[in-house]
Write a protein that binds this ligand. Structure first.
Ligand code: ZN
Ligand code: ZN
Length: 179
């Protein structure tokens, strides 16, 4: 989804204002890779004000982002409401040397303001590090793989995950050696 906004006319001189409202379906792919797709889910309502050499952007981003549950791998909506206040540098064509990259700042380049990096940063900061659809989520059975939220199985779930085996062995040895 294209989040580039042409502000070349609307914010051509200091003091000018522009309102930008929009919405998208926002999905978190693996890690912190946010996708913006056409649709409902997250709304933003922003006011842009042209100041000398920059644009001040302020407003709100709210709605629901689709995350993937770590335990059951199903998508679930995470509600969010954040305030956004950012400073966006206004670059003129002759400000940019060839090869000059300003990756650490938001910029208006050639009269175009790309909302994506700003929205992405604001939303990512609000996301939980523990992404589970609910505390009660049981996830999958590690042995047979069925969704334990929907079905029960008869697997021996006391079996230790192979990755934890060395730890369990150590614990056992320590218990055996205990006086
Ligand atoms: Zn879950
Ligand atoms: Zn099972």
């Amino acid at each position: 989804m294209d989040l580039n906004i042409d502000v070349s006319n609307d914010l051509s001189s200091v003091g000018k204002l522009k309102r930008v409202d929009g919405n998208a379906t926002v999905v978190l792919e693996d890690g912190y890779n946010l996708e913006f797709l056409s649709g409902e889910g997250v709304d933003w309502s922003l006011e842009m004000r042209r100041i000398a050499g920059a644009v001040e952007v302020s407003g709100t981003v709210s709605g629901s982002v689709t995350l993937t549950c770590y335990r059951c791998l199903k998508g679930f909506g995470f509600p969010l409401s954040v305030r956004l206040r950012e400073h966006v540098l206004w670059l003129n064509e002759d400000d940019l040397e060839p090869g000059d990259e300003r990756t650490d700042e938001y910029v208006v380049n050639g009269g175009i303001l790309d909302l994506a990096p700003m929205l992405r940063d604001a939303i990512c900061l609000a996301l939980p590090s523990k992404r589970i659809c609910g505390e009660q989520c049981k996830g999958f059975c590690p042995a047979c793989g069925i969704d334990l939220n929907l079905e029960q199985c008869n697997c021996d779930t006391r079996k230790i995950d192979a990755r934890l085996k060395p730890l369990a062995d150590l614990k056992k040895r320590m218990e055996e050696n205990a006086p």
